[in-house]
Design a binder for this molecule. Structure first.
Ligand SMILES: [Cu+2]
Length: 177
């Protein structure tokens, strides 16, 4: 299961204050909906099972809202097991005012844990004893290095380069000396 053919789904990037319109067309053989995790938006657009009727197979729904926050968020299905099967993606809200200190690169990382049991090709979504980890949907050696500028580039006056590793709920600043 995926959004637009990839797991995680495409990263959505908008600017703080934007009015966005996102159309979900359900090609699954079951119902679905998208929850915009952490976004302060109208209840009817929140994609929760009690705020919206499930979107039936073959039908579509237009989510429309204005974003007033900024930061790293994510979206995911709120139908049973679909998020655990890969229906998740990053939602980046760029700030109207740049944050300080300036960073060289901003990496969006989706870490996912899966339970792919012996002789199975489909993850067991009821199992929380995970045995398979993916970084932006892939495992080593398919992962892409998170490359920052180095001290030699003179990109940062203090001689340090900061890499902000962000997940939907965690933001860690790693100084690279
Ligand atoms: Cu959520």
């Amino acid at each position: 299961m995926h959004f637009n053919g990839s797991c995680p789904g495409p990263t959505i990037q908008v600017n703080q204050g934007d009015r966005v319109r996102l159309i979900l067309e359900n090609h699954l053989p079951e119902s679905t909906a998208i929850h915009w995790h952490g976004l302060e938006i109208p209840y009817a657009m929140d994609g929760m099972p009690y705020s919206q009727k499930p979107i039936a197979p073959g039908s579509r729904f237009a989510y429309e809202f204005t974003v007033h926050q900024n930061g790293t968020f994510f979206y995911h299905s709120h139908s049973p097991m679909q998020q655990m099967m890969g229906m998740v993606g990053l939602f980046i809200l760029h700030p109207q005012q740049a944050h300080t200190p300036a960073v060289d690169h901003d990496f969006g990382v989706v870490l996912q844990e899966w339970a792919v049991l012996p002789n199975n090709t489909v993850p067991n979504t009821a199992n929380m004893d995970w045995n398979w980890l993916t970084l932006n949907g892939v495992v080593s050696p398919m992962t892409t290095p998170l490359i920052c500028a180095t001290r030699q580039s003179g990109a940062h006056r203090s001689g340090q380069t900061l890499a902000w590793i962000t997940t939907p709920s965690i933001c860690t600043v790693i100084p690279l000396l």
